[in-house]
Structure formats: structure tokens, C-alpha cells
Design a protein around this ligand. Structure first.
Ligand code: NAP
Length: 311
């Protein structure tokens, strides 16, 4: 086992890097497991228009590069590896990554959330063959095509708008007759001539897995139950996110939909383990709030170490 660290940060997005900046500046020499795809959800976002300090907007990957640079500048040690297993049953807490064991007095969990899928076998089989959960990653491949997007929230509206840069037509399929998205995002999508809406509808099958390419969607009207087939050349799924808490199962308390439960700011159910960002935030889920809770977790960890005389 390596030395016992003051703090190990698990996860990188805005929350993890901010926790890195603050704990490094507090001279806690943090070790951060960034994961094998560092940077979190902003890495698959094009224009971030609502992050304060960037009046012209900033590209998600560029913003994360700046966060990382700032965290490393003050001495955050970053490792581009996943954490495979943790043991929070006693202190020092233990973390395993790529077969090696690491230990720390405190842990900051910033593992974020991942895009949800509809849950259809055909959706899974055609993932990467016309089905995608990330318009910003894959939109480019749908130049002049007719595509559908499932979801009625801000993500679906944002991605629908983004897809119109490439696609000929974007059909938003929503299971209700009312969108969940914020007014401004709704207005933007509705004003876009390349976007139309298919209301009260759910996708029940993606055709045709046997041909390894997408040709059509089998749709069901959620009011009448009528089933129809609609030809399309692409399906984007934008129905929300699942917090990344699998490795903490049975160790940290979660709510009924899997978010880490925190009390008194960022404290989890285990004393000395703190959580920040989307993994503990079912409400705001913004880069700026993630960064805010990342700062809070770092301060909480620092105070905890001081109170326990471990630093
Ligand atoms: P969300 O707000 O939870 O919306 C998910 C949408 O998907 C809802 O319309 C929901 O339908 C639908 N849905 C869920 N499960 C489904 C299923 N199995 N089949 C079909 N439809 C399903 O998630 P989000 O859009 O990812 O947004 C998450 C948060 O991030 C929000 O707070 C949002 O404001 C924020 N956000 C902000 C921006 C921005 O400001 N630029 C961009 C993206 C996201 P129902 O409406 O019927 O439940």
C-alpha cells in the first residue's frame, strides 16, 4: 500500500477539479483519480453559455482543460485511471485502482452522472450504428439526415438545436404533451424551423438490429396506445442522467434514485467521506453548482482533518 494521503478525490468534472484546486491550495497534496475519460459531462458539451466569467461562452472541453491546469498548478496529483473498488468501513479509507491499493484519511467523491438510456434491447444493439446518447459527440455523422431525439428536458432541447447544425430535420419525441425544459430552451427549439415535435409518444423498438443499421422507429402513442413505424436515419436519447455510484453500493447511503445522500453540506453517511457535484445533486446539476459543491467538499475535508489532528 502507498502512503496514507490526506485526501483522495474520485472523479474529475467541475466538482472534482475544484476540490483539487482548494485542497491543493490548503497544502493537503490531493491525489485525484480522474477516471479513464477525464473531465465529466462537459467533455461532451459544445458551447457552455452559462458558466460565469465567460460572457462569450466557452467550449466544454476547453473549460475542463483550464480547470485541470489550475488544479495541477497548485499540486493536485492526477491519475487518468478508474477506481475499481473502495473500502470505507474503517480509516484510513482504501481505494483500489488498476490493481494497486491507495489509502487516505478523507475521500471526496465527485464521480458525476451518466446519460440514461430507454432500456430497449434494439437500442443497445444499434448503439454506435445510428443510436447515440450524445449529440455533441456524434451529431457530425448525421449530416443532411433525418433524425429523432427522445426527451423533453433541457438536454433534449439543447441537443435538438445542436443537431440542426448537421441534420436535415430533427423530430423531438416526447412521452407527454408538455415539455420539462426551461422556457428559454423550449422557445429556442420551437423557433428552429428544422425542429418539430411528436407528442405523447414513446419509442418501443429501434429497427433494424439484424441489419446493423437504423431504418425506423416503432412508436407507441401514450394516450391511444396506437403503434406506428416511422422511418428515420438516427436516434438520439436525451432523457436524463444516472448518478455514478456503483462502486459505493452498500458503503454510502443513496436516495431512491441513486444520488449520494449528503447532510451538513457535503458530508456523506460515512464520517470523513465527502461528496460533491452531480453524484449528490439531483436538483441543480449545473457546472457552476458542481464547482461550488467541489469547493465546499474541499473546505469540509480540510476542516475535518484539522478537527481530527490528521493533517
Ligand atoms: P430531465 O430534466 O430529467 O429531463 C428528462 C426528460 O426525459 C424528461 O422530459 C422526461 O420525461 C424524459 N424521460 C425520462 N425518462 C424517459 C424514458 N424512459 N422514456 C422517454 N422519455 C423519458 O433531464 P435533462 O434534460 O438531462 O436535464 C437535467 C438537468 O440539467 C436539468 O436541471 C436541466 O435544467 C439541466 N440542463 C441545463 C442545460 C442548460 O441550461 N444549457 C442543458 C442541459 C441540462 P417527463 O418530462 O415526462 O418526465
Amino acid at each position: 500500500m502507498s502512503d496514507v494521503r490526506n485526501v483522495i478525490i474520485i472523479g474529475s468534472g467541475p466538482a472534482g477539479y475544484t476540490a483539487g484546486i482548494y485542497t491543493a491550495r490548503a497544502n493537503l497534496k490531493p491525489l485525484m483519480f480522474e477516471g479513464i475519460q477525464p473531465g465529466g459531462q462537459l467533455m461532451i458539451t459544445t458551447d457552455v453559455e452559462n458558466y460565469p466569467g465567460f460572457p462569450e461562452g466557452v467550449e466544454g472541453p476547453h473549460l475542463m482543460e483550464l480547470f485541470k491546469k489550475q488544479a495541477e498548478r497548485f499540486g493536485t496529483e492526477t491519475m487518468t485511471q478508474n477506481v475499481d473498488k473502495v473500502d470505507f468501513s474503517k480509516r484510513p479509507f482504501r481505494v483500489w485502482s488498476e490493481g494497486k491499493e491507495y489509502a487516505a484519511q478523507t475521500i471526496i467523491v465527485a464521480t458525476g452522472a451518466t446519460a440514461k438510456l430507454i432500456g430497449l434491447e434494439s437500442e443497445q444493439k444499434l448503439m454506435g450504428y445510428g443510436v447515440s446518447a450524445c449529440a455533441t459527440c456524434d451529431g457530425f455523422f448525421f449530416k443532411d439526415k433525418d433524425v429523432c431525439i427522445v426527451g423533453g428536458g433541457d438536454t433534449a432541447m439543447e441537443e435538438a438545436n445542436f443537431l440542426t447544425r448537421f441534420a436535415k430535420k430533427v423530430h423531438v419525441i416526447h412521452r407527454r404533451s408538455e415539455l420539462r425544459a426551461s422556457k428559454i430552451m423550449q422557445q429556442r427549439a420551437m423557433a428552429n424551423p428544422k425542429i418539430d415535435f411528436i407528442w405523447n409518444t414513446e419509442v418501443i423498438e429501434v429497427l433494424d438490429p439484424a441489419k446493423k443499421s437504423i431504418e425506423a422507429l416503432r412508436l407507441r402513442d401514450t394516450v391511444t396506445g396506437a403503434v406506428t413505424v416511422r422511418p428515420t436515419e438516427g436516434l438520439f436519447v436525451a432523457i436524463g442522467h444516472q448518478p455514478n455510484t456503483k462502486i459505493f453500493e452498500g458503503q454510502l447511503a443513496t436516495n431512491d434514485v441513486g444520488y449520494l445522500v449528503t447532510t451538513q453540506t457535503t458530508r456523506t453517511s460515512v464520517d470523513g467521506v465527502f461528496a460533491c457535484g452531480d453524484v449528490m445533486d439531483p436538483v441543480w446539476r449545473q457546472a457552476i453548482t458542481a464547482a461550488g459543491t467541489g469547493c465546499a467538499a474541499a473546505i469540509d475535508a480540510e476542516r475535518w482533518l484539522e478537527a481530527h489532528g490528521d493533517h
